[in-house]
Design a protein around this ligand. Structure first.
Ligand SMILES: *[C@@H]1O[C@H](CO)[C@@H](O)[C@H](O)[C@H]1NC(C)=O
Length: 373
């Protein structure tokens, strides 16, 4: 029966080329893109978001483990790519059919396995989970069909913040062992290994969410003497610059390697410093939290005795809690990533739309993505 349906598919789909080209979406990262994996691991309360008021503005009921008042950037990207919502890999209710992709991200995780060790799913483990998915696709669909899905899929990374915040700035031992520039090199070295490993397995299309201005997170602003915590911003900038160079080099070295990079740092700083220009009212204070700038990470009373403040209208805010932006920021950023180079968000060379659907013609690529100066 299955074989019969499969044979009929080309006839049934009037728009066969689109169906054939639909790309799966595999997500690796930290709390910026965790859709609920941490609900299923043993960890500290700070690494979970499956309680009120998380998710209170989501278009579905209740908190899901997303570190937002609603949806997160990858939910919007999946919608624009005409995919179903990409499920958390560890959720037992997730279907076995992962041919549309899977989300491996875990709040608190880092690129280095030493970052928040034992409290999150580190990047290496996330890659092992992907390997399991690749094997099960091969078993279910056969090698050539699985290879097709893997080479056509988009691999999205949003990770690194925890390596610099918890892993370095809050870790005097690490600061003794490594100068900041050595540490950045080590983080990027490990990220490079992960990219190469996926490439060896057939991955070709990659997307990257650059680090935000980490020193301007409400939690970091609250411990800075004045303004943003500059050392955290410097590390984020150094990381983002190194990532841009790395990706540019990989494009030369790895055949058919395609990527979309983004400047979340500049894009978000514009909204933090000048919220009203972008349709927000508050750029510095968190909607949910306590203390100066809502910088004490107590949203939802995760530490039981801690009281917390909650704003009325999260849509007016850049920051939802002490570490994470609001759903509205996630949505605006997803739109900018999708639309591509005409926004400050996308560094290119491809937009997310290009990665999922392919540029329409060679001329489009030349015009839009590789402008000649
Ligand atoms: C990856 O990180 C570890 C520390 O966690 C370090 O010892 C190793 O050298 C790094 N690898 C690369 C390729 O930079």
């Amino acid at each position: 029966m299955a074989i019969l349906v499969w044979l009929l598919l080309p006839v049934l789909f009037t728009d066969y080329t689109v169906a054939e080209k639909q790309s799966a979406f595999f997500i690796f990262g930290d709390s910026t893109v965790d859709a609920g994996n941490n609900n299923f691991i043993q960890t500290i309360p700070e690494n979970k978001a499956n309680y009120d008021p998380y998710g209170r503005n989501a278009p579905f009921q209740g908190p899901t483990g997303r570190f937002s008042d609603g949806l997160i950037v990858v939910d919007y990207l999946a919608e624009y790519a005409k995919l179903p919502m990409i499920p958390p890999f560890l959720d037992p209710s997730t279907s076995d059919d992962l041919s549309h992709g899977a989300n491996f991200a875990s709040g608190g995780s880092g690129i280095l396995s030493t970052t928040n060790e034992g409290q999150a799913i580190d990047l290496n483990t996330q890659l092992k989970y992907f390997e399991q998915v690749a094997e099960s696709l091969t078993t279910k669909m056969g090698a050539s069909e699985a290879e097709q899905i893997i080479s056509n899929a988009v691999y999205y990374f949003s990770i690194g913040s925890n390596d610099y915040l918890g892993g370095y700035l809050a870790n005097p031992n690490m600061q003794q062992l490594y100068h900041p520039e050595q540490y950045v090199g080590m983080v990027l070295g490990n990220l490079t290994s992960s990219i190469q490993e996926l490439y060896k397995k057939g991955a070709r299309k990659f997307g990257f969410l650059g680090l935000s201005p980490l020193g301007c997170l409400p939690v970091m602003r609250s411990i800075a003497q004045e303004g943003c915590f500059e050392q955290a911003n410097s590390l984020a900038l150094a990381h983002n610059n190194a990532l841009t160079t790395l990706l540019n080099n990989l494009e030369y070295l790895l055949k058919d390697f395609k990527y979309s990079n983004s400047d979340f740092y500049t894009w978000l700083l514009q909204r933090i410093n000048d919220p009203s220009t972008y349709g927000f009212k508050e750029g510095k204070n968190a909607c949910c939290g306590s203390g100066p700038f809502g910088g004490i990470f107590s949203c939802g009373g995760m530490k039981e005795t801690t009281a917390y403040d909650l704003c009325e209208e999260a849509d007016d805010y850049v920051w939802w809690d002490s570490f994470h932006p609001t759903q509205r920021i996630h949505q605006h950023f997803a739109q900018a990533l999708w639309d591509g180079p005409q926004t400050t968000a996308t560094l290119g060379p491809y937009s997310l739309r290009d990665l999922f659907f392919g540029p329409t013609t060679i001329a489009d690529v030349v015009d839009a993505d590789h402008p000649t100066f």
